[in-house]
Design a protein around this ligand. Structure first.
Ligand code: ATP
Ligand code: MG
Length: 569
């Protein structure tokens, strides 16, 4: 897997690599299967916020259509009224848009088709291909058989058509309680495929639907709804995840029996990520138990969480391309996702200086009341981003761990008697270490070389390293939120008998600290992204930042563990 991704990285993500779905589409062009048309759809159920797995599906569906001058529909698969809501609908619309995709005027809801779906069901009944069954849910299960044993036919299977029509009508009219009757397709109770053993296609449910209210008290099942929605929208390639492979015979059966437009279902392996749970049910649990602060908590693998964390649409799209499309289940390393955001932000994020763990330095030979404005380049990867002024004065802060009193061999930063470069400022030499009564280092006394202004060597002499800093007098205090994996284990589902994913939570997934930052950062706008030099990528929080007082979320550290994993470093 790593090797494959490495190969793709080297080829450049902009050159799409071949995969089996691209191949199917290319072949369909050759045989003119769809008259040169490509139409896909992204069909979320509005029962939660979208996550990075959905992003893969979105990028795949919209991406394939774009590559082939085709179209993609956004369709809400809203057949479970109790779990669905308008809040989820709105968030999904926002997220797909944010990823950069456009469904034009093709925003659909399966619930828009309820009347049509009902008529199709009546048609199946008339053809003798569906029947009303009075067995209880438990009985239906008991009659179903197992993988090794064939099922038993329902005693209601051979009800006359007229009786079925009447009962189905009465189901719709609300004459029966929930679970008393269902409509089932009449297929084959001996089929080796359990999905073909007279599957339920309608059930009674007295629930408020987010769109149809209480107009309906019978709701079509997913398998029945999905294929017909695809057909109604004349979808050519209906791309879904692998768990639907066993449902494909039913998908095909419904469309064939009704003799309607026959979309082709194609399955691919879902995305899994290390340190991450991806099922909406689990994510909802995290939200409801307040383990996280809502669906858009920056630790959530949701699109809104990643956005709040500082991820860009481009990084997520690139990630979706790099992970590829296959028929084989695999788990992608979270480090690849971080690699993608670093790649993007390295090119686009403005640099700034922030000190997280300050150690004061007094520059003894610097005039007491002098203040200078020094030039700092905004982005060395993109000189068009220009430069800014940063204030310098006699007292500055550096990171505590950029100084060691007794440095080991490979420590290239500040130490007694050593000279280093302050980024964009001056060379300084440490002359004295001041400690408190407990022996803690509380201050350093240094001298600077006025001839090294801007950080350039005045005479060709070299320094051990370059460190970042902020002027003590000018710096501002801000809150940084340092995020880490939400789970401690690569596989959060790895817990002992009777345990739960919650047992694997990382207690340090969020650490809030106060940092000293250069004053220009106080103008950061919500969602604006930065690289704090030598520290990491940060994003001004969209919700908790105030005018002139931003709060920053750590998007990613600068350590590229992916390059190491992929053997690139
Ligand atoms: P979950 O299992 O996370 O609750 P779901 O499959 O129930 O997700 P849907 O709203 O039905 O969620 O998914 C919409 C589309 O996104 C479907 O086509 C589904 O196959 C796809 N999808 C969902 N999860 C993933 C994933 N992890 N990787 C790739 N595609 C996914
Ligand atoms: Mg689903």
């Amino acid at each position: 897997m790593n090797k494959e991704i490495e190969k793709k990285q080297n080829e450049g993500a902009s050159a799409p690599t071949q995969h089996f779905i691209r191949q199917i589409i290319a072949d369909d062009y050759k045989t003119n299967k769809w008259g040169g048309r490509v139409q896909t759809r992204f069909p979320p159920e509005p029962n939660g916020y979208l996550h990075i797995g959905h992003a893969k599906s979105i990028c795949l569906n919209f991406g394939l259509a774009i590559e082939n001058n085709g179209l993609t529909n956004l369709r809400f698969d809203d057949t479970n009224p109790e779990k669905e809501s308008d809040e989820y609908v709105r968030s999904i619309i926002e997220d797909v848009k944010w990823l950069g995709f456009d469904w034009g005027d093709r925003l659909y809801y399966a619930s828009d088709y309820f009347e049509q779906l009902y008529d199709f069901a009546v048609q199946l009944i008339k053809m003798g291909k569906a029947f009303v069954c009075d067995l209880s849910p438990q009985e239906i299960k008991d009659y179903r058989g197992t993988l090794t044993e064939s099922g038993k036919e329902s005693p209601y299977r051979y009800r006359p058509v007229e009786e079925n029509l009447e009962l189905f009508e009465q189901m719709r009219q609300g004459k029966f309680p929930e679970e008393s009757h269902v409509l089932r397709a009449k297929i084959d109770m001996a089929s080796p495929n359990l999905n073909m053993r007279d599957p339920v296609i309608y059930r009674i449910k007295y629930a408020q639907h987010h769109r149809t209210g209480d107009k309906w008290c019978i709701y079509p099942m997913y398998d029945y709804t999905h294929c017909l929605s695809d057909s109604i929208e004349r979808i050519t390639h209906s791309i879904c995840t692998l768990e639907f492979e066993d449902h494909r015979p039913l998908y095909d059966w419904v469309l064939e029996e009704l003799d309607v437009f026959h979309s082709q279902q194609i399955e691919f392996a879902r995305l899994n990520l290390t340190y991450t749970v991806m099922s909406k049910r689990k994510l909802l649990e995290l939200v409801e138990s307040k383990v996280v602060n809502g669906w858009n908590d920056p630790r959530m693998p949701t699109i809104s969480g990643l956005r709040r964390r500082g991820f860009t649409p481009a990084a997520i799209r690139n990630f979706s391309e790099l992970v590829g499309v296959s028929k084989k289940e695999s788990v992608v390393d979270y480090a690849l996702l971080e690699y993608c955001i670093r790649e993007d932000l390295n090119k686009t994020a403005q640099r700034a200086m922030a000190v997280l763990n300050p150690l004061k330095i007094v520059i003894t030979n610097y005039p007491d009341d002098l203040e200078e404005e020094l030039d700092a380049i905004n982005n060395p990867e993109n000189l068009e981003a220009g430069s800014r002024k940063i204030p310098f004065s006699k007292e500055i802060y550096i990171e505590k761990d950029d100084f060691m009193e007794n440095p080991p061999k490979r420590f290239y930063r500040l130490a007694p008697g050593r000279e280093v470069r302050l980024r964009y400022a001056y060379f300084i030499t440490c002359n004295e270490v001041i400690k408190d009564e407990n022996g803690e280092i509380i201050e350093l006394r240094c001298t600077y070389d006025p001839a090294s202004r801007g950080g350039a060597s005045p005479d060709g002499r070299r320094v051990m390293g370059t460190i970042h800093w902020v002027s003590a007098r000018h710096s501002k205090k801000v809150e940084l939120r340092l995020y880490d994996h939400l789970f401690l284990k690569e596989d959060p589902y790895d817990f002992p008998e009777g345990g739960d994913v919650l047992d694997n939570l990382n207690p340090n997934s969020l650490v809030k600290i106060a940092a000293f930052v250069e004053p220009s950062l106080m103008k950061a706008k919500p969602t604006e992204r930065f690289q704090f030099e030598r520290v990491g990528y940060f994003c001004a929080d969209e919700y908790d930042s105030n005018e002139g007082q931003p709060v920053f979320n750590r998007t990613a550290t600068l350590r590229d563990s992916w390059a190491k994993i992929a053997g690139k470093s």
